[in-house]
Design a binder for this molecule. Sequence first.
Ligand SMILES: Nc1ncnc2c1ncn2[C@@H]1O[C@H](COP(=O)(O)OP(=O)(O)OP(=O)(O)O)[C@@H](O)[C@H]1O
Length: 271
Amino acid sequence: MPQTFADPARPGPALRAQDLHVSFGDLKVLRGVSFDLAKGEGAVLLGANGCGKSTLMRALNGLAPVASGQIWVEGQAIVGAPLRAVRAARRQMGYVFQQFNLVPQLSAHQNVLFGAMGQRPLGVLGVMNAFARAEDRERAMACLDRVGLADRATHRPAELSGGQQQRVAIARMLMQAPRVVIADEPIASLDPKAGREVLDLLWRIVEEEGLSLLCTLHQLDLAEEYGRRLIGMKAGRIVLDAATGSVERAELDALYTGAARVDAAPEGVAA
Ligand SMILES: Nc1ncnc2c1ncn2[C@@H]1O[C@H](COP(=O)(O)OP(=O)(O)OP(=O)(O)O)[C@@H](O)[C@H]1O
């Protein structure tokens, strides 16, 4: 059985990855990734296309096959753990994706209600409008209000701008009441103004709720502005992990030069 470090007397990190290895066929994508994310900490994950960021995010969500290593979510080990424990740990994690992942046929309010799905025994049925508890419907409205979209509750995603759709996705994440938020390029589909609005909102909510955030971004200026900590990946490894103020721009630029992709550095040490 995987060990846990959930000891109320010794509160551990919200998220811990230890020596994670993930391969697809012969391609070693994660090559020993380790980091801790403290409770209430907001970190930005940086790295060139193909260096393994999305694979790391997917591994944290149990969607990429972890060959070895361990992941703890709020003290619960999930690699090799029984399905029930994995599901419980996953409920503590909220996701914000580049493409928003809203259900096109449903209103903003219904999409937010979906955030409660994991908390209801009936799953998807339990959050459909006809069956949803009044308290869930009210909470979904309150979440939409938090992101400034209460007046768009009945709108479908296609009737909303990209920035508004991402705010609905953030409201859905809030509805889920996670402890850890994983945001995978949340502003990649947005123009600069909408992108900033989304980052302001995301960081404000994470701070107000005392959540932990791991967010990938491709814009170095924004990474330095929003992240208190920068984690840099190169060819499947973490090669930089430091408080933002202590990192030189040249160190960030170096993440994008040389053999940064995992398929460009089959075995070599990334640096
Ligand atoms: N399911 C998969 N099957 C095979 N190869 C994969 C799979 N997922 C990712 N890869 C490969 O793993 C490498 C890293 O991909 P990944 O998407 O993790 O990079 P990334 O850093 O997130 O890049 P980007 O910034 O472009 O999203 C790539 O070479 C990719 O082709």
